[in-house]
Design a protein around this ligand. Structure first.
Ligand SMILES: Cc1cc2nc3c(=O)[nH]c(=O)nc-3n(C[C@H](O)[C@H](O)[C@H](O)COP(=O)(O)OP(=O)(O)OC[C@H]3O[C@@H](n4cnc5c(N)ncnc54)[C@H](O)[C@@H]3O)c2cc1C
Length: 424
């Protein structure tokens, strides 16, 4: 059978680009499919932790708008009544309970996702070495996916008409709403739940001269008060703040069947325990003193992939494999690391010996899945009683350890043994 390339990759986000980059550098022929034309918008606050920057094969300095050395963590209201949006009064009352952490090394770099993704795609398209190649193709959707004994076959609808593409392996990097996971029925052990987040941008120019409670517009804020099972955030960029609310915790996140954006007319918006436009508007008013948010967007975050077992000729990566961290909602790091793991597995194996590739991918992915399994347990414990987590963070040692784990991906064994020492 004639193949169109060695590897087909569906999705040119961080996961697909990370895989394509390593494969093309190693001399493989890659076709990278995306249903959108870049630059394209993607709901994402684009906070890039140190571990994310380290995982990338190239510097993204040209698209970094701000580097944050300080983080403000805002706790839930006392008594654990995390189901209510704080009023200005209660925020002021508990302001002293905020944890403000400064570090010598940057905690998080800020980019705009549309710009970041375009930059990464450009770097990826330049990556080919040793006869490798990457061809970027726009498709409308995958209509059929067939796993043959010795190849993978995709029927795709394209602006040029229907096409059939054949390759040895398909990397499913098409995100939380993608098709590859559904078409290959890789749901056993893979994501059973998604998180959900809404965001908007507020230009500094449209902020009132003084923010409520005297807050600084340039603070990087994680706020655990607005909703259970997640947090509100303020991520400061060059000329605007990215503001959002998201639910991530396994016991709180929406079931994956809820694949729609809650609308302003949705009765669920009355319930502030759900991530709704009303909740975000209320939060923006409370934190930034603005009364309108012109452009609210949102998306599911693929979660639950700590139990993912790769099989066959389709390797799922990033959100498609459910690899967002359920404690923090961070997904770009997992997307890059899993894309690189899929590439490493393919490069380890004879492309025509498919069972080895799935097993090799499982091996390369294992450190990330262990970390996510830890986060899964930690998220359940933390979001059930966030006030206890805040108590622990009052210890400088724990604070710096938790922060280092978020920023650098410190092995969780260090965190567990530190917790054990503290509690004995
Ligand atoms: C509101 C919000 C805020 C977030 N903030 C952060 C943050 O600050 N930091 C962080 O680390 N993570 C954040 N995340 C999570 C992060 O955005 C994702 O985890 C990350 O984008 C996953 O990358 P990916 O490559 O797997 O998928 P994506 O980035 O979703 O890329 C998938 C690509 O596949 C394409 N595609 C989809 N379907 C098809 C198809 N059928 N055929 C071909 N192509 C297709 C899409 O067009 C897209 O280009 C946030 C998420 C949300 C929703």
């Amino acid at each position: 059978m004639t193949l169109d390339c060695d590897i087909l990759i569906a999705g040119a986000g961080p996961a697909g680009c990370a895989a394509a980059y390593d494969l093309a550098q190693a001399g493989k022929q890659v076709i990278l499919l995306d249903k959108r034309t870049f630059p394209r918008q993607k709901p994402c606050a684009c906070g890039l932790t140190r571990k994310t920057l380290k995982a990338l094969r190239y510097s993204v300095d040209p698209v970094i708008e701000r580097v944050c050395h300080e983080i403000v963590l805002q706790p839930t209201t006392e008594g654990g009544d995390s189901g209510a949006v704080n009023s200005a009064h209660s925020t002021a009352t508990h302001k002293s309970a905020n944890v403000r952490v400064k570090t010598r090394n940057p905690i998080c770099a800020m980019a705009v996702r549309e710009v970041f993704d375009s930059f990464c795609l450009q770097q990826t398209l330049l990556a080919a070495r040793q006869g490798g190649s990457i061809e970027l193709r726009k498709i409308d959707r995958i209509t059929t996916l067939r796993e043959l004994p010795d190849a993978i076959e995709l029927d795709v609808a394209t602006p040029r008409g229907p096409e059939t593409l054949r390759a040895s392996i398909l990397i499913g990097a098409d995100g939380s709403n993608g098709q590859t996971r559904r078409l290959t029925h890789q749901d056993n052990g893979a994501p059973s739940q998604d998180g959900f987040a809404l965001e908007a941008t507020v230009p500094y120019a449209s902020l009132p001269s003084t923010l409520p409670n005297g807050a600084s517009p340039h603070d990087l804020v994680f706020d655990f008060a607005p909703l259970p099972g997640g947090y509100g955030w303020l991520f400061p960029k060059a000329d605007h703040i990215n503001i959002g609310v998201g639910a991530f915790a396994p016991s709180f996140a929406a079931p994956s069947s809820q694949k729609r954006l809650p609308s302003a007319k949705d009765p669920a918006q009355q319930d502030i325990k759900h991530v709704t436009r009303a909740l975000l508007l209320n939060y923006a008013q409370q934190k930034l003193g603005v009364t309108t948010l012109p452009h609210i967007t949102g998306q599911q975050l693929g979660m639950g992939g700590h139990a993912y077992v790769p099989r066959g000729r389709v390797l799922l990566v990033g959100d498609a494999a459910g690899l967002v961290d359920p404690l923090t909602g961070e997904g770009i790091h997992s997307a890059i690391v899993s894309g690189q793991a899929a590439a490493a597995a393919i490069l380890d194996c004879d492309l025509y010996n498919q069972p080895d590739i799935a097993a090799a991918y499982a091996r390369h992915l294992s450190p990330l899945l262990k970390t996510l399994a830890f986060s899964h347990r930690a998220a359940r414990a933390f979001y059930a009683h966030p006030e206890r987590g805040f108590k622990a963070m009052r210890t400088p040692f724990m604070r710096s350890l938790i922060l280092k784990t978020y920023a650098d991906g410190l092995p969780h064994t260090s965190l567990i043994s530190a917790l054990a020492k503290l509690t004995t």
